[in-house]
Ligand binder design. Structure first.
Ligand code: C2E
Ligand code: CA
Ligand code: CA
Ligand code: CA
Length: 281
């Protein structure tokens, strides 16, 4: 038994070492690709009007094209970037990539719709963030109204007044603001009236729960949607995967649908080709 215990311990140790090694390698590699900018790209997922079924916007989702591991999803490297201080550089690359994709779409003759970018806390609280965005967009000749910034409620926690000031500046610049993953955080609904947002995205967990008759997500969705509407916010349902969910959501004050049912995230070329092919009776 002793021997077994020791082996188990050893195994455990070496697994830890391996995990640690893996982590360090990934961090080093991330640092390298952030320096060069090579290897990161954006996938775009359509946001579709519930009423017209037209694509009205796209969310940009970062991907890492790794030489041996394939495409790595953001959940596998954003936390790492946040812990290792690389998140600001990552955010910068994301902004650059989206701008360059928009420019490319424009050069190809498309009328570009608003594109949503996810903001990390570090990026948002960076000093002169708004001026920085303004400068970048101006340099590229992109009207600020083409950019939506998505942020979660937790980002404003404890620093609401300062946060609202930044959001107001962003909004005055002409960018749009979306409250992401809504309903999962701390917020009391009343705080919504103070936030200068344009849209609210109901978190995927509520949509997923529609399939479970024992969960009462319907009244929650109904309440969030009607209140947001009263406040003049446009409402997005996230993570819609089925015809059935699409149909149920038609009963509520929901303007826009995002999810695998209406479109997967795809690279910039595929996104614009899809738009060209089937928009949209
Ligand atoms: P998010 O902002 O909530 O983005 C939506 C996520 O849900 C995306 O995952 C998307 O692929 C996925 N999704 C969309 N529709 C469906 C559906 O119908 N079913 C299911 N199961 N999933 C769906 P992804 O691309 O892996 O991104 C995960 C998270 O990583 C994002 O969640 C966001 O928080 C973060 N993220 C992604 N790109 C960026 C970025 O450029 N910057 C920052 N700071 N964070 C990012
Ligand atoms: Ca988002
Ligand atoms: Ca979300
Ligand atoms: Ca999320």
């Amino acid at each position: 038994a002793k021997k077994e215990g020791r082996n188990t311990y050893r195994l455990y140790r070496s697994e830890m070492d391996l995990a640690m090694q893996h982590h360090l390698t990934l961090e080093t590699e991330l640092r390298t690709i952030l320096d060069t900018g090579e290897g990161l790209f954006m996938a775009y997922q359509p946001l579709v009007s519930r009423e017209t079924r037209l694509t009205v916007s796209a969310e940009a989702l970062v991907r890492w094209q790794h030489p041996t591991r394939g495409v790595i999803p953001p959940g596998d490297f954003i936390p790492l970037a946040e812990r290792s201080g690389l998140i600001l550089l990552l955010g910068e690359r994301v902004l650059d990539n989206v701008i360059s994709d928009i420019c490319q779409w424009q050069q190809q003759g498309f009328e570009v719709m608003p594109v949503a970018i996810n903001l990390s806390a570090a990026q948002f609280w960076q000093s002169s963030f708004v001026q920085h965005v303004e400068q970048k967009l101006a340099d590229a000749g992109i009207p600020p109204k083409l950019i939506t910034f998505e942020l979660t409620e937790s980002l404003l926690l404890n620093k609401q007044a300062q946060g609202i000031e930044i959001l107001t500046n962003l909004s005055e610049l002409g960018c749009r603001i979306a409250l992401d993953d809504f309903g999962t955080g701390y917020s009391s609904l009343s705080y919504l009236q103070h936030i200068p947002a344009h849209s609210l995205k109901i978190d995927r967990s509520f949509i997923e729960a529609l399939d479970d008759p024992n969960q009462s997500s319907r009244p929650i969705i109904a309440a969030i949607a009607s209140m947001a509407q009263e406040l003049g916010l446009s409402v997005v349902a996230e993570g819609v995967e089925s015809e059935k969910q699409w149909a149920i959501l038609g009963n509520y004050a929901i303007d826009t649908i995002q999810g695998f049912y209406t479109g997967y995230p795809v690279d910039a070329d595929t996104f614009i080709m899809n738009l060209k092919q089937y928009p949209l009776k």
